[in-house]
Design a protein. Structure first.
Length: 215
């Protein structure tokens, strides 16, 4: 986010098209990271809890699933906040954070007495969702957004995550979930190429940069 902020500030002054493109790319690449974490841990929540803790911690499975899925909104709220702050919309971003905080406190007061940790997880999830969606709704006041392109990217990433989840679940019920993680990683990378989120040239470039860094 720190690196992104500098570029967004520069493009806001000099190049609105690059501003929009950089924002869309930042959301894309953050979701590329967030989707397998959220979907994968959600599917494997039960075996993860049973491996790390004991059976008395099984009630934490549902809160974990809720919190980890809200990670999707948490990740994209970072570039959204950076965008607003970099484009002289600091007051807007502060107001959104304040509203989210108020809603989170109210939901905690309502849900925790009734649902315990699950209620707290729901409140946190709603807060993350609100922070991302309301912030996103204010971006068009700064620069036009290609909503169709963004929806297409998100849909393809969700398809990739859902396919990965199906493979992870199928493998995990038959062998140790460690093998399911490996199978999920391979499936997810294949899906990213198949749905054209990442192309072969980008993969090759990433590999070459990584190799050069470690050489």
């Amino acid at each position: 986010t720190a690196a992104l902020y500098q570029r967004l500030s520069e493009y806001f002054v000099d190049d609105k098209k690059r501003l929009t493109d950089t924002f869309v790319q930042s959301i894309t690449y953050l979701l590329v990271v967030a989707v397998p974490i959220a979907f994968g841990i959600s599917v494997l929540a039960r075996p993860i809890i049973l491996t790390l803790y004991k059976e008395e911690f099984l009630p934490s499975v549902v809160p974990l699933m809720i919190l980890i899925m809200s990670l999707l909104f948490s990740f994209i709220s970072f570039p959204i906040g950076a965008m607003l702050n970099a484009c002289n919309r600091q007051k807007t971003q502060t107001a959104i954070v304040g509203i989210t905080l108020a809603v989170n406190i109210i939901l905690n007061l309502i849900l925790i007495p009734r649902y315990g940790a699950t209620g707290a997880a729901i409140a946190a999830g709603v807060g993350n969702m609100l922070l991302a969606l309301v912030g996103y709704s204010r971006i068009p006041a700064v620069t036009p957004l290609p909503h169709g392109r963004i929806v297409s990217i998100i849909a393809r990433l969700i398809l990739s995550g859902a396919t990965m989840s199906a493979v992870v679940w199928y493998v995990s019920v038959r062998v140790h979930f460690g093998f399911a993680i490996l199978a999920g990683a391979v499936t997810y990378m294949a899906m990213l190429v198949l749905v054209r989120i990442v192309n072969r040239k980008e993969l090759q470039s990433t590999y070459e940069k990584s190799f050069a860094r470690h050489a």
